[in-house]
Design a protein around this ligand. Structure first.
Ligand SMILES: Cc1cc2nc3c(=O)[nH]c(=O)nc-3n(C[C@H](O)[C@H](O)[C@H](O)COP(=O)(O)OP(=O)(O)OC[C@H]3O[C@@H](n4cnc5c(N)ncnc54)[C@H](O)[C@@H]3O)c2cc1C
Length: 292
């Protein structure tokens, strides 16, 4: 592991200029909880590290237009935010299940996204909340749905000259609720065998207006079970409906067997956990729908 330069630029423009010149030779270091391990193992060998902590890229801004998170917001910052807990609770729920306090203090949202792990814990809640991301370069910004960022394990559409600068969550409809569940081999410091977030938005009569079922560790990238989401949409909530949606989710996932669990175990647990998450989500919605 040999890095020739560690730069803390005075502005984002300066950082983007360095990325423009050096491409993947220069890597952004956020918390370093992934990057340093990969450099130690010679998976990545950047010559230059760019540290943006001097810049205000770790702000949290909440308004009627939704939530804007700087890419360098740490997991601990998410856990300290009352607005995020009130309006986007599946995100702090994922943070609480993530590693332990030292990693949560250093690890960032942007690092978890750019790492592009199919098991990344923060990605299912962010996609369930319809997050979009801002990728900045010397030539400007592009905004894309987070769902379109990932193309394979460890692979994304980020260009060598780009830095992820922001994550944006639109405001939620009234009568919306979401649930995050993670299954690991132990209760903490575990990479997920399956992780998922369900979100439901319903009308006053309890008919599903919008459904999101987003899963990690069961496909080459974090994925949405669109077949199950479409099945739920337009229907009144019932136990049978939730069970059928969970079955449909099982049909959509394509897990592999690895050191953390077999394919058949992951298939089985996908159905069980999606059923459980949908049921918990419905319970949270109770009281927001009328009986008549
Ligand atoms: C002990 C341990 C436990 C862990 N537990 C979990 C867990 O439970 N769940 C989980 O999902 N992950 C876990 N991780 C993985 C890791 O902590 C997370 O992925 C974390 O969110 C990475 O964030 P970071 O800020 O440390 O990223 P870094 O290591 O700094 O960066 C990761 C990668 O993203 C790039 N990058 C970072 N920020 C940007 C940006 N803004 N723009 C462009 N590129 C960028 C870096 O160049 C690097 O390639 C664990 C890691 C360790 C060591």
């Amino acid at each position: 592991m040999s890095v020739s330069e560690f730069i803390a630029p005075a502005s984002l423009g300066d950082a983007l200029g360095i990325k423009n010149e050096l491409g993947t030779e220069a890597r952004v270091i956020a918390g370093g909880t992934d990057l340093i391990l990969r450099m130690r193992d010679n998976v990545l060998s950047p010559t230059t590290l760019i540290d943006l902590r001097r810049l205000s890229v770790n702000d949290i801004a909440f308004s009627d237009d939704g939530l804007i998170l700087g890419a360098f917001v740490s997991l601990s910052q998410v856990l300290e935010s009352a607005d995020i807990e009130n309006y986007f609770p599946a995100l702090p729920a994922a943070c609480r299940e993530f590693a332990g306090p030292p990693i949560r203090n250093r690890g960032t949202l942007g690092g978890n996204i750019v790492n592009a792990s199919p098991a990344a814990d923060l990605v299912p809640p962010l996609i369930a909340y319809d997050a979009s991301i801002v990728l900045s370069s010397s030539s400007g910004e592009r905004v894309l749905p987070l769902m379109e960022f990932f193309v394979g394990p460890g692979k994304s559409v980020i260009e060598p000259n780009e830095i992820l600068t922001e994550i944006r969550l639109p405001p939620l409809a009234v009568r919306s609720a979401a649930t995050f569940i993670k299954l690991g081999k132990r209760r903490s410091m575990a990479i997920a065998q399956v992780n998922l977030t369900t979100r439901l938005s319903v009308d006053q009569a309890g008919v599903v207006k919008e459904a999101r079922i987003v899963l990690g560790s069961v496909a080459p990238t974090v994925m949405r079970a669109v077949n199950a989401e479409e099945f739920l949409t337009g229907k009144a909530l019932s136990n049978d409906l939730l069970s059928e949606a969970a079955k449909k989710t099982r049909e959509a996932v394509t897990p592999i067997s690895d050191v953390r669990g077999s394919r058949s175990y992951r298939l089985e647990m996908t159905e069980v956990l999606v059923r459980r998450a949908l049921s918990a989500t419905c319970n949270k919605l109770q009281g927001t729908v009328s009986d008549g």
